[in-house]
Design a protein around this ligand. Structure first.
Ligand code: TZP
Ligand code: MG
Length: 210
């Protein structure tokens, strides 16, 4: 059983105009004390993704020469998780089934799964996933064709259906994150509210979430 840290930062390549901007954001998140970062890239090919993740890893070793260990999670692709030497993979409804992804990444790396309703949470609970993401909780502009909003009620329901680490996602900001944790999430996954000033924003999230 893993315990997901309160803040799960997602670096979405589409939010940054250059790799350098993405790396600066990664550096700021790390310096602020973020312990889990997902790399999300919906448009690049596998080679570009690996080139970018290699740079993120180099950045990480520069910013954090010693423990604590920051976990890097690859979105969508279990094969690229291994190739990049990442610590886990997050799969959605269009990706490999969680148990197939588990076969690729092995027992130690973290496996996360997206869910969008109670039935999917219950199903995810029966898989080898380490954590279950539920969302979108609030309106989001970061996902194409998002599923219907689950709201705080959806987070509460999900909490009742799994003892796995529960990650809430979708429209979560410094202003509303506390309510999401109160509803039963262990962690909040955030894209947009970490883009503008990543270090300051992450510090504020971490302060609010205690
Ligand atoms: N899955 C459900 S909502 C979402 C994903 C990837 C996007 C979350 O981004 P933001 O900007 O924090 O709403
Ligand atoms: Mg996916």
């Amino acid at each position: 059983m893993i315990l997901m840290p309160r803040l799960y930062a997602i670096l979405d390549a589409s939010c940054f105009s250059t790799t350098q901007d993405l790396l600066s954001a990664a550096e700021e998140l790390l310096a602020a004390g973020v312990m889990v970062i997902q790399y999300r890239n919906k448009s690049a090919d596998a080679r570009e993704i690996l080139a970018q993740t290699r740079e993120i890893k180099t950045q990480l070793s520069r910013t954090r020469a010693s423990p604590p260990h920051v976990r890097l999670i690859m979105n969508d692709r279990a094969d690229l998780c291994l190739a990049a030497g990442f610590d886990g993979v997050h799969v959605g409804r269009d990706d490999l089934l969680p148990d197939s992804a588990r076969k690729i990444i092995g027992p130690e790396r973290w496996l996360g799964i997206s869910t969008h309703n109670a039935e999917q949470v219950a199903e995810a609970d029966r898989t080898s996933a380490d954590y279950v993401a539920i969302g979108p909780v609030f309106a989001t502009f970061s996902k194409t064709n998002p599923d219907p909003l689950v709201g705080l009620g959806g987070v509460r329901t999900a909490r009742g259906l799994t003892k796995k680490s529960l990650v809430a996602i979708g429209g979560i900001t410094r202003a509303n994150c506390h309510s999401v944790i109160e509803a039963g999430a262990d962690s909040v996954a955030v894209i947009s509210d970490l883009v503008t000033d990543p270090g300051k924003s992450a510090e504020e999230f971490l302060r609010i979430l205690g």
